[in-house]
Write a protein that binds this ligand. Structure first.
Ligand SMILES: C[S@@+](CC[C@H](N)C(=O)[O-])C[C@H]1O[C@@H](n2cnc3c(N)ncnc32)[C@H](O)[C@@H]1O
Length: 264
């Protein structure tokens, strides 16, 4: 694996693998402010989901979105997740009858060819060990006309993040390294055989209190915080503490996403 002066990818992979089992109890807290209802609406707009259709939420984590999807559609939803503790957390949530769970990874799906109507990934793609292999597995399991939906960040969206610019600048090169940008998705997915690849950006203005960010940092509820060096953590913490002490005024944390839509 390549290593540059700015980015230690081996460490990211380690962090990514071990992180979620450790932070499971705090995970939902770090995602509280995000909207959940818009993603199934987007999926259904591109690939209408009928009663007997299957939708896979790959890397379903604590089930925040999979549970919501199952409530929104009459089709069936499957959450696939490698971390046992994240799956356990998902099982604590309401369990609609059309929802099921699998422990596994995206790179080797225990699913027959041409069975899924849609595959959705939310903030998972940059954690995959082998993105090309996972893309091929999704393609194999999707029905013709079915869609792969990847919720992620574009490089422009990462560069515009207030927290990365002003509180955790150390993380900016890592984020730009581990998240593919638009052309990377386009060539990888077209190469695999997807017939069309489209991109949609969503933006909703949002704010967090510095004290909320401080809690998220201390609990390491976002995986990127596990990558901070002790110095980067101390600096970020000190900057946030200063903001808390001077009134804890809200700081920008817009809810921005890139949705990659690839149809088979
Ligand atoms: C940032 S969390 C996102 C969880 C959930 N999708 C959400 O939006 O709340 C990333 C998840 O991807 C899972 N993950 C990591 N590697 C994976 C892989 N190869 N295949 C499937 N999921 C993976 C992690 O265990 C973790 O639960």
């Amino acid at each position: 694996m390549t290593k540059t002066s700015h980015v230690n990818l081996e460490k990211w992979q380690q962090v990514s693998k071990n992180h979620f089992s450790k932070i499971t109890p705090y995970y939902d807290q770090g995602r509280d402010f995000e909207r959940r209802e818009i993603w199934m609406e987007e999926i259904s707009r591109h690939t209408p989901i009928e009663k007997d259709d299957w939708v896979l939420d790959s890397g379903s984590g604590t089930g925040l979105l999979a549970v919501h999807f199952a409530e929104q559609i009459t089709g069936r939803v499957l959450g696939l997740e490698p971390s046992w503790s994240m799956l356990q957390q998902a099982l604590q949530k309401k369990q609609p009858a059309n929802l099921g769970w699998l422990q596994g990874i995206s790179e080797t799906l225990p699913i027959a060819n041409n069975t899924l109507r849609a595959v959705f990934l939310s903030q998972v793609w940059h954690h995959l060990e082998d993105q090309d292999q996972a893309g091929r597995e999704f393609f194999r399991c999707l029905k013709s006309g079915g869609g792969l939906f990847i919720k992620t960040y574009s490089h422009a969206q990462i560069k515009a993040r207030w927290d990365l610019q002003f509180i955790f600048p150390e993380l900016m090169p890592l984020m730009l390294h581990i998240y593919p940008d638009v052309p990377g998705y386009e060539s990888l997915l077209k190469n695999i055989g997807f017939t069309s690849v489209e991109f949609q950006s969503t933006v909703r203005e949002n704010f967090l209190l510095p004290s909320q960010l401080l809690t998220i940092l201390r609990k390491k509820a976002w995986s990127m915080f596990s990558y901070l060096t002790p110095e980067g953590t101390a600096e970020g913490e000190a900057r946030l503490e200063t903001l808390v002490a001077s009134g804890d005024e809200p700081v920008p944390h817009s809810e921005v996403h890139l949705l990659v839509i690839a149809l088979k």
